[in-house]
Design a protein around this ligand. Sequence first.
Ligand code: FMN
Length: 378
Amino acid sequence: MEGVSDWPFRLWFSQTSAPAFMSTPFLRATDTYPKHIPEDFAPELNRYVMPYDLIPQVMASRPEDFVRAARLFLEAGAKWVDLNCGCPSPNPVSGGAGSSLLKTPRTFLDFVEEIAAQLPPDSFSVKMRTGFDDTGVFAAAIEGLKHLPLRQLTVHGRTRKDRYDGEARWDLIQHARDALPYPVVASGDVVSWATWQNKKSQHPSIKNVIIGRGALRNPWIFAELRTGEPLTISRRTLVLALASFAQIMELSYNHPEKLDELVKSGVFSGTCAADEVLWRNLWSHLNDDEPRNLSVERFAFGRTKMIWNSLRSSLPAEFFDPTLLRAKTLGEFLSALDQRGDPSFSVAHTPAWDWLFTSSRKKNAVTTDLEVSPALPS
Ligand SMILES: Cc1cc2nc3c(=O)[nH]c(=O)nc-3n(C[C@H](O)[C@H](O)[C@H](O)COP(=O)(O)O)c2cc1C
């Protein structure tokens, strides 16, 4: 996820929930960039052994630019590299990259065929939306992909025009799944074990899913998917987990050598999940076993608040209090957090707050006051 799933986030996420693989945000390849893999873009590939696979994602306007960047990642040890044909942002779209490749089936297929001619079979995958302005291109695009040696295809069940509005079209994802001889991964709207079960019951041939926004709302979601139950955590665990995220961010920007040493020593080789003792150990490693150091810089704290903004919607109502978002320092934020909510609670998707995440939030909000003073869920 662009702006989210960078190296420090992936490190932290491996501790909350341990997904089988994670993807980098897209790297935009051009005729001159990159000449080598940017430092800290994908350190897992050549520097560390991590408990998850890393899939680098590349966006490009020309197949040769994708191929050049993909070769760098493959040489560094990536199992395969993903082509972004889904990004809706105006900048890549006006430059002929991202979802603009879906304007016609021919544009899309020429691009992918050229890549397939240059790279070994199974060394690349494609992530696409269901179309640009509408889904008219989708069937022809899938038909054309049948004979190409992709590692897998991921389909976000919305067009570029949809952005994030409406429901993802899992019927179209199922069409791709039924048509193609390689794995098809669904993307769109899975926010809990219950939503995954519901999607699977309606589209039984779909076996694989990636989770985007649901992972921000509930960083423990993969634990929930493994057990089929919302995860119960203690308030102290929540505080320690968020403090650890801020500190990992801080180390990655201001003390990368220290983070490097910790990763190499195996501090991140397991998963803390809901275990308060494990989070406390991680926190003390991140702070050199010194008393709690809460002075992270604004940027690290800003990223922590971004996570919090989503996560709070999966917590009991007390945590939704907007004053927490107004905290000015990490210390202020954590001590306010430490005083709220029951000592332990489950992290579970709260449909009443889904409007927070839509691009038409006003239309979906239950009342206009909700933003200031949220209604408590029943
Ligand atoms: C903040 C954010 C950043 C994203 N960045 C990327 C990206 O870099 N590459 C990509 O293929 N998809 C990206 N996506 C799209 C997601 O991978 C996913 O397809 C989409 O959010 C729908 O799935 P969800 O309902 O699980 O969020 C991003 C989504 C969000 C919310």
